[in-house]
Design a protein around this ligand. Structure first.
Ligand code: PRP
Ligand code: MN
Ligand code: MG
Length: 179
């Protein structure tokens, strides 16, 4: 098997949308600081781009959780691989993710962070697949709602590949033998 990637959302579209999100988020936190919690590994490209578009003071931390491993299907078990470095008590925490799919990763993560008593806790995701939800998650900011297709690029991987693609694409698997 080999795979091709078809562009779903171009680099220009993604970055234009992130600019808009940056404005909306900055407006919301006006006069306050925001502490971005970037979800490794997928959330990192979106986090960097979004952070550059925020006009309020920003601090940044990372948490690494994984439920997919190298599979295209969620295992259903969320593993914390790396915790935050700093405490979030009293901070305006904005979780920054690449995608909310089944919702398992984010519902786990939000519960986990909530117990640490942040001043506020909101969620921002570049992509959302609402029709795939198995667990309820409240998303405060969404870049794009997309259909149920396996997407890569802008941080999203297929077996750890394609994260660096500057656009969001759909992986199309093709059978070598069929060529
Ligand atoms: C992916 C993605 C989200 C999560 C969304 O991460 O980056 O974090 O799955 O899926 P869910 O809503 O079904 O939980 P993954 O586990 O592949 O780890 P990665 O970010 O390191 O690729
Ligand atoms: Mn992830
Ligand atoms: Mg992944």
């Amino acid at each position: 098997m080999s795979e091709k990637v078809r562009v779903l959302i171009s680099e220009e579209e993604v970055e234009k949308r992130i600019c808009e999100m940056g404005k909306e988020i900055s407006e919301y936190y006006k006069g306050e600081e925001v502490h971005l919690v970037s979800v490794l590994r997928g959330g990192v490209f979106f986090t960097c781009q979004l952070a550059k578009r925020l006009s309020v003071p920003v601090s940044l931390d990372f948490m690494s959780v994984s439920s997919y491993g190298n599979d295209t299907k969620s295992s259903g078990v969320v593993k914390v691989i790396k915790d935050l470095d700093d405490a979030i008590e009293g901070k305006n925490v904005l979780v920054v993710e690449d995608i909310v799919d089944s919702g398992r990763t984010l519902s786990y993560l939000l519960e986990n962070l909530k117990s640490r008593k942040p001043k506020s806790l909101r969620l921002c995701t570049l992509l959302d697949k609402p029709e795939c939800r198995v667990t309820d998650v409240h998303v405060d900011y969404t870049g794009f709602q997309i259909p149920d297709e396996f997407v890569v690029g802008y941080g999203l991987d297929y077996m750890q590949h394609y994260r660096n693609f500057p656009y969001v694409g759909v992986v199309e698997l093709e059978d070598e033998a069929a060529k």
